[in-house]
Ligand binder design. Structure first.
Ligand code: WT7
Length: 649
């Protein structure tokens, strides 16, 4: 198959900051002499005490990752205070409500006041440096204030996506032992209320049963909807904010002091608390935000992610604000009031840089070009994408229809664990190939390895590893460093294993082929099959469950569940609905099974291991190529699975 290549984009506003030659030169230096390279670029943020040590990292033994370790800084100071002299009256955050008639602009001066007050409120309630604070909020500016207020006083935030269920929220509160929660009465998305406070109340009860006591809940009034109230524990944000000072000095943080925990799904067990620290994270997210999006002062920048995901942390809050950007926070969804919303908002706020996910692009593409064409989109300069491989058809549509063929499509590959962009084009430096994340960012050393760990050279297909550290790398799994080593550094000794499969072409371009572990990517959300399985088996009727992904036109991957029932139970339409509701309750709507197949047995090896390869094939309706099934304990189960498959073409 021939691959179309788009030459390096001619920027619509003069030459981009990094051209092809500069990319080569900087990349070479970053790999040959990382200490010198990062010594220079580490100074892009402000330090109370500059570092003298740059890189101190080891991917072997106990695995230790430290960057700029003797420097002192503060993320909130870098995202706010240092801009006040030059751009105090510039808009920091544009809030665009779910309701298209509601919006709001927050200047850097206002951001400063709000964050300082909130930091003081937290201090008043006893929150101290190192304490974990859970943030369960919709996409409103207060979510960003909460993150930055934590950073200001050295508290470690754990933002939990508002789409997670009370059970999932409780698990995260318990794991990091968080006694302070910031939430909202209700969120609104697509015109529908989301009972966030009610979910928090339920989660607190569940957490209490596990002996984790939440002492205070701070509640932002968003809708004015009725909420339950625990006097002494619950406090209204607006009342508390009015009673404290509008100034709060930022705490001097060591570069390696924790900034936040963000839970993410893996192939085994419960979600892991990915821990990011302060200095390296901020250097790297601000630097990638600047160069990957060719961000220039004055640009209006919009990333459509939710602050509940790492994209929201790095590229709605920390990266853009550290750069003094104007960042847009959108409360709503792409199809409300209709599928033209994104482009309407682009025109309304004159957005220059737009960053979204392939699943959104595919669903809007399906709605038809008219929704795009009724907007001008003349302000757009850069189009970004993240979350999963983008299929070339969606890429072309994004480029040609949304961008009118003028704006480079920047396909950024990275992960919660990597903190920032890893493999990505740079506008003005990189020729584009639809579907390829192209080339590594400065300081990133990708390698492809085969199953035995042999490093492959030239054009090749293998597992993607990163062979040296970068400043925004996660430092540990919160409370479980052993799991960190096991998950990321034990498969291929001395290398960070990404969990992704990848191909490198003859031009050295990287093409991510998707997860090679038992992790699904559903609408750009990462879901562990093990988590969905344990939710299913926690239902009384279920004896065993195996979950696999299958290709889905809009979501990328759909969730396919094989379920064996307890003796005496019968698989019915009603039970299917009940199981779906049960998974939604245990994890959240994002984990809703698309297909449930009741199966009398699962294909297992004689040692009892479920053969997922076979289940994947059947879910894909591609059972002609099941491969060797002779090692199965009971090959006959396969016939039943095929006969009752749910994805029959
Ligand atoms: C996984 C990480 C990083 C923010 C969003 C997801 C997949 C992400 C791309 C891309 C192909 C991608 C990978 C990765 N992924 N971006 N541009 N091309 N695949 O973060 O939840 O940590 O998921 O998303 O499989 O491992 P995450």
């Amino acid at each position: 198959m021939s691959v179309k290549t788009y030459p390096v984009a001619k920027s619509t506003r003069g030459q981009a900051q990094i051209d092809a030659e500069t990319y080569q030169k900087w990349y070479r230096e970053s790999i040959e002499n990382p200490d010198r390279f990062w010594d220079k670029h580490g100074m892009r943020i402000d330090w109370f005490k500059p570092y003298t040590k740059v890189k101190n990292t080891s991917f072997t033994g106990k695995v230790s990752i430290k960057w700029f370790e003797d420097g002192l800084t503060n993320a909130s100071y870098n995202c706010i205070d240092r801009h006040l002299k030059t751009r105090g009256n510039q808009v920091a955050i544009i809030f665009e409500g779910d309701n298209p008639y509601i919006d709001k602009k927050v200047t850097y001066n206002e951001l400063y006041e709000n964050v300082c007050r909130l930091a003081n409120v937290m201090k008043k309630h006893g929150v101290k440096k190192g304490d974990r604070v859970t943030i369960y909020m919709p996409m409103i500016p207060e979510a960003a204030y909460a993150m930055l207020a934590c950073a200001r006083i050295g508290a470690v935030h754990s933002v939990v996506f508002g789409g997670f269920s009370p059970e999932a929220l409780a698990g995260r509160i318990v794991d990091c032992q968080s006694s302070f929660v910031i939430t909202c009465d209700e969120g609104v998305r697509g015109g529908k209320p989301i009972p966030l406070k009610e979910n928090v109340d339920t989660a607190i009860h569940i957490a209490a049963r596990q002996h984790v006591g939440v002492k205070s809940v701070l509640v932002v009034r968003r809708t004015g909807g009725k909420v339950g109230w625990a006097p002494g524990r619950d406090h209204w944000y607006h009342q508390e904010m009015a009673g404290v000072k509008a100034e709060c000095p930022p705490v001097k943080m060591k570069a390696e002091d924790p900034l936040f925990i963000l839970y993410t799904s893996g192939s085994t067990g419960k979600p892991k608390g990915v821990l990011h620290t302060t200095g390296g994270y901020l250097v790297y997210t601000s630097m990638t935000h600047q160069y990957v999006f060719d961000y220039r002062p004055g640009d209006i920048y919009w990333c459509t992610a939710d602050v509940g995901w790492v994209t929201g942390h790095s590229y709605i809050v920390y990266g853009p604000l550290a750069n003094g950007a104007t960042t847009l926070m959108f409360e709503g969804v792409p199809n409300f009031p209709d599928q033209g919303r994104f482009w309407e908002v682009v025109d309304k706020h004159k957005v220059n840089i737009f960053y979204t996910a392939p699943t959104a692009i595919r669903s809007l593409m399906g709605a038809g070009d008219e929704f795009v064409k009724r907007s001008s989109r003349a302000s757009l300069r850069i189009l970004g994408t993240v979350g999963e491989p983008i299929n070339p058809e969606a890429w072309e549509w994004y480029y040609n229809v949304v961008g009118d063929g003028r704006c480079p499509v920047i396909d950024t590959w990275w992960q919660t664990e990597t903190g920032g962009h890893m493999i990505t084009p740079l506008p003005g430096a990189t020729a584009l190939k639809p579907g390829s994340a192209t080339l590594p960012f400065f300081g990133i050393k990708p390698e492809l390895v085969d199953a035995e760990g042999k490093v492959l050279s030239g054009a090749a297909d293998g597992n993607l590893v990163i062979s040296d550290s970068w400043p925004a790398q996660m430092r540990t799994v919160y409370g479980d460093h052993e799991r960190f080593i096991q998950t990321y550094f034990s498969t291929y000794k001395g290398k960070y294993f990404t969990g992704d499969g990848c191909r490198r072409d003859e031009d050295g371009y990287y093409w991510i082929t998707g997860r090679v572990d038992d992790v699904l990517n559903v609408s750009g959300h990462r879901m562990g099959t093990a988590e969905i399985e344990s939710a299913l088996v926690s239902h009384d009727a279920v004896s065993e469950a195996a979950v696999v992904g299958y290709p889905h036109d809009i979501k990328g991957q759909g969730i396919y569940c094989y379920v064996t029932l307890m003796a005496g139970q019968k698989g019915s339409e009603e039970l299917r609905k009940e199981l779906i509701a049960h998974v939604r309750k245990e994890i959240g709507p994002i984990a809703s099974p698309d297909k449930i197949q009741f199966a009398p047995g699962l294909p297992k090896t004689r040692s009892g291991k479920i053969m997922r390869r076979i289940l994947r094939k059947i879910a894909e309706d591609d059972f002609g190529a099941l491969g060797d099934i002779s090692t199965l304990a009971d090959p006959a189960v396969v016939d039943d699975l095929i006969d009752n498959r749910q994805n029959r073409q």
